[in-house]
Design a protein around this ligand. Sequence first.
Ligand code: ZN
Length: 427
Amino acid sequence: MPPTESDAHLADLANFVRASPSSFHAAAEGARRLTAAGFVEQAETEDFAAEPGGYWMVRDGALVAWRIPTGASGRSGFRIIGSHTDSPSFKLKPRPDLTSAGWQQLGVEVYGGPLLNSWLDRELGLAGRIVTTDGAQHLVRTGPIMRIPQLAIHLDRQVNEVGVKLDKQLHTAPVWSVQGPEGTASGDILRHLAEIAGVDAADVLGHDVLAFDTAAPARFGANEEFFASARLDNLSSVHASLQAMINNTDAEPITVLAAFDHEEIGSGSRSGANGPILSDVLGRIALAVGATGDQQHQMYARSYCLSADAGHAVHPNYVGHHDPANRPLLNGGPLLKINANQRYATDAVGSALWRRACAAAGVPTQEFVSNNQLPCGSTIGPLTATRLGITTVDVGIPLLSMHSAREMAGVADPYSLARAAEAFLNL
Ligand SMILES: [Zn+2]
């Protein structure tokens, strides 16, 4: 079969994931793609531009982009697509070099809620940013340099009966070297990162560096209908929103992409959805296009937000963990995520908006709702809705193995999400 637009989209998503081993890389790669499409950087320290066109701004691991259409004013509204750039992982601690029984290891903190067992026995890299004496930030990314080795079954005979039980401090430290024959320590991870970044190790004054799986994304299945990759939660949504923004035309309303950092740890940061970054940008756009104070609130009242984040497909081995009437499948279309307790922001108005977008794009959609016995996850949707008072709807592609180092999606859903997102921008 000749490759379809959906195949091309998936291959591009794989490229995006590989280019984005950390939230900082995801924001930078998004900015690079937007720049290639004609968007220009808006410095936070300068007056916001009012001229029609596309703009972007990176704050730490967050990316915000917007397009001001010709004729934008205090009578315009916003169409916002929210997502997040971060994924569960392990973050390098201060004084990271450890030694144990001749091994060089690294001290790491658990970031967010990874499925710990899924990170075992993988060739891992480190990626993120280091900051030097002059205050400059340097993106850094290693090759496959380390591994969290699982204990052999011969030394853990009960593991298949009682399950893998990992002490988060004792059992998660990756190995990355063995000492030289003379017994001298060969490990200095910050020096290694400095060398890769091309800076003097003595100049490195801070680091935000996390582990990533170096395995490439891959299609699989007899019909090539599945897609395995790291960080589909939530780079699948960041990528879809980038595609939607890039394809969007110079027409009302004002379209906005907000890819926040720190969703996996509660969104409370200056680059997270519970911070002021999006409200600040919307307010500054409103001022730039000449809105009065009251008109700014009118603009919010004319606005909608699509909160895009990966959700759960029904797991065939655990159907009892799902709602009996709502069992989304891979390749059945992106999810409309619903929760009575507003863990998702979707309401009837938002549901109708999403279904209109899907109909306009000609893509299927399916509902997700939790089994009442299980707590529901959450997203940035309720946070942005609460902060801004803008009608928000939670959606995203279905996955198996969410928060695994290697998640699983259907090959068709990412493209469907991107097309529905693009239609949402034009509602
Ligand atoms: Zn997520």
